[in-house]
Ligand binder design. Structure first.
Ligand SMILES: [Zn+2]
Length: 205
């Protein structure tokens, strides 16, 4: 069974959620996409694949040596997107290598897109007959392309917790989002501020 619960789907964009598969846990870096099974689980968690299809694909995917090359390719694409998104969040421009990498994955596209109405707006879903792991990068490349073509890049932000490396596309009404999640880093900041106030009060007594 694929574990689809390990991921941080807080980016409001598939390509941002993709780079958020590199996290910091207890002060140490951790890669949530270290195997093809994890990649398929992530694809199921983000609705790029349905879960049954993800499980069938994992069972069908190649030998160990092929797998290592494919994982390396997936991680390289992720690091190019990470470099692009972290750069954009700091106001840098997009490098030609990122555009080439996105275009290369878009060429592998064999998916149809459909939209679905949700409570808060619309969701874009990919319907495709995925057979190879690399094909799953096409929807990710497409969301990166959407971000560049239609997004407001000033809304790309890093979580304000200095120890957290999660990014998000801020879709809140007044674009004042500061944290990956209120329950995680937002709450930690609130608790820290509370103790800081307590300490200041104690000093005054
Ligand atoms: Zn955070």
């Amino acid at each position: 069974m694929l574990d689809t619960t390990a991921f941080f789907l807080i980016g409001s964009n598939l390509s941002v959620d993709f780079i958020n598969t590199e996290i910091v846990e207890n002060g140490a870096p951790k890669d949530l996409l270290a195997s093809l099974a994890e990649f398929a689980a992530w694809a199921a968690a983000t609705n790029v694949l349905d879960r049954a299809k993800a499980e069938r694909l994992v069972a069908a995917w190649g030998s160990e040596s092929e797998t290592a090359a494919v994982i390396a390719h997936i991680q390289t694409f992720r690091s190019i997107l990470r470099d692009m998104i972290t750069g954009l969040a700091q106001g840098a421009s997009v490098k030609a290598t990122a555009i080439h990498a996105i275009n290369a994955e878009l060429q592998n596209k064999n998916s149809a897109v459909e939209i679905r109405q949700t409570e808060s707006g619309f969701d874009k879903l990919f319907r495709a007959d995925f057979t190879e792991p690399r094909q799953l990068l096409a929807p990710i490349a497409e969301s990166a392309a959407d971000l560049l073509c239609y997004g407001d890049l000033t809304y790309l932000k890093k979580c304000e917790n200095a120890e957290c490396i999660l990014y998000f596309y801020d879709t809140t009404k007044n674009h004042s989002r500061r944290w990956c999640s209120m329950a995680g880093c937002g709450n930690r900041a609130k608790v820290a501020a509370f103790y800081q106030r307590q300490r200041e009060k104690a000093k005054k007594l």
